[in-house]
Design a protein around this ligand. Structure first.
Ligand code: NAP
Length: 454
């Protein structure tokens, strides 16, 4: 018998559970997938943009894994302060695999970053994804005021938020976006979205499929300044670039070459070689962003030119990357935002800690697409199964679910999650929409536990 806990039910957690089932020949294997939230699927539910239905449909694959009889989903189980400590968890399971992702966002570290109207893209994503930790009305005031928005960064998160800002509410109505967010988006007055990269097109991190979508938005025109692109040596000779980068450059060249003018509501401007140096204030809130113009330094980076450009905006979203957060009781490398590990084995003072593993972003940092988590999980599971004979000798306490309840936790089981799904379908029906996400803890727990928590 081998009893394993996987902490986190996003792609890395579910792929880890799946890998355990497929790679292991251990008889009596049991995998409990625990999550802080009452709902499974992590960033597939709370990070993938609502208009990316195809990526969202990955939930069906993750569901099939979680419905395997050897797997038990237990939501609403907090590991760390206010819940169960890692060392207690290790008393309940032969091994624990932490797949807790990278929950925080990186900051710019420039003046004005905390002005009202300046937010992280991850907060914006959480809001339109109905994450229960996001305030339901967090973006309403910004929306009602803002006519122009600046998105800082050139990764796929920047592209996601720039696209959502550039869509009309009618385009999002068929999705599961929460109703309050939809109302705020419908009332919003943003007409210009500027997405600004500090380097050039051949260093941008976004992927071509995501970039192309920006040129196919029904209500927004994308524009690129050819002079900015031309600063990039890769732009002038794309043949020397890796294929993925070359495709990005080709898409941007196409847009810079000019397009048939259309009657559109919004303009989406993609800017390059602009390094943010200050968020400007006007009337106590964001009034714009000051950028220093940059030029390539010849080795993939950029250097400042000492000339500046201000872009007026009432909403600024920084999309400059996620950051792992420490989990009390586990070692943490603050410089990389990851848990120190060797092929997934958690290292305490440089030595593998028996029974403790990591996979996903908390193991390797916030990079790659969802599928990158498969080989990452497989590597960790290979390490774990190599250690399994020794792990199986460790004594573990009785039934984990009972112990979790005795610790004061009230786990939401799989049937509770199915009740949440049903409640979301009913909510959508009452609003004349498809399934609509429940955006708050009380609503989720009322559905998942069958009662409103006290
Ligand atoms: P990312 O891909 O690392 O991009 C971060 C961007 O922020 C880069 O353009 C970076 O520029 C810029 N940046 C960092 N620090 C900056 C600063 N101080 N000032 C200005 N710009 C700065 O991160 P992400 O967009 O958060 O995405 C995280 C991961 O999730 C990625 O692997 C991404 O592909 C994935 N994801 C995928 C999808 C999808 O497949 N549809 C959607 C969302 C996210 P430099 O390159 O110059 O550092």
């Amino acid at each position: 018998m081998l009893r394993i806990a996987v902490v986190g039910s996003g792609p890395s957690g579910v792929y880890t559970a799946q890998s355990l089932l497929t790679q292991s020949a251990v008889p009596g294997l049991r995998v409990d997938v625990l999550d802080r939230l009452p709902c499974p699927y992590g960033l597939v539910r709370y990070g993938v943009a609502p208009d990316h239905e195809k990526i969202k449909s990955l939930q069906n694959n993750l569901r099939a894994v979680l419905e395997d009889e050897r797997i038990t989903f237990l939501g609403h189980v907090q590991i760390g302060p206010g819940g169960i400590a890692p060392e207690q968890l290790l008393g309940l399971y032969h091994a624990v695999v932490y797949c807790v992702g990278a929950a925080a966002d990186r900051r710019l570290g420039i003046p004005g970053e905390d002005l009202p109207g300046s937010c992280s893209a991850t907060d914006f994503v959480s809001w339109y994804s109905a994450h229960p930790d996001a305030e339901g009305n967090a973006f309403s005031p910004d929306w009602l005021d803002a006519r122009a928005a600046v998105v800082i960064g050139a990764g796929n998160v920047a592209v996601d938020v720039a696209r959502i800002l550039s869509r009309g509410a009618d385009e999002l109505r068929p999705t599961d976006v929460p109703h309050a967010a939809l109302d705020a988006l419908a009332a919003g007055r943003v007409r210009e979205v500027h997405m600004a990269a500090r380097r050039g097109p051949s260093q941008a991190k976004f992927t071509t499929k995501e970039l192309r979508e920006l040129g196919a938005l029904p209500g927004a025109e994308v524009s690129v300044d050819g002079a900015e692109l031309a600063l990039d040596p890769g732009y002038l000779d794309p043949s020397a670039l890796p294929a993925a980068v070359r495709r990005n450059v080709e898409v941007l060249r196409g847009w810079a070459g000019g397009r048939e003018p259309r009657e559109v509501e919004r303009l989406l401007r993609l800017r390059f070689f602009l390094r943010p140096v200050e968020i400007l204030e006007r009337d106590g809130r964001v009034g714009g962003v000051r950028f220093e113009r940059t030029v390539p330094d010849g080795s993939g980076g950029v250097r400042g030119t000492g000339t500046y450009e201000d872009i007026e905006a009432q909403l600024v979203l920084r999309a400059v990357g996620y950051l792992g957060v420490p989990l009390a009781g586990l070692p943490f490398d603050a410089s990389s935002g990851t848990v120190p590990n060797a092929a997934g084995r958690v290292l305490r003072d440089g030595v593998p800690s028996p029974g403790e593993y990591v996979a996903g972003w908390i193991k390797r940092g916030p990079t790659g697409v969802i599928g990158t988590n498969r080989p990452c999980a497989k590597e960790t599971v290979t390490s774990l199964l190599e250690d399994a004979p020794a792990l199986a000798l460790r004594p573990v306490q009785g039934e984990p679910l009972d112990s979790l309840r005795e610790s004061g936790l009230r786990p939401v089981e799989w049937r509770g999650w199915l009740d949440i799904e049903r409640a979301e379908a009913e909510l959508g029906q009452s609003l004349g929409r498809g399934s609509v996400k429940i955006p708050d803890w009380d609503g989720l727990l009322a559905a998942g536990l069958g009662q409103v928590p006290g």
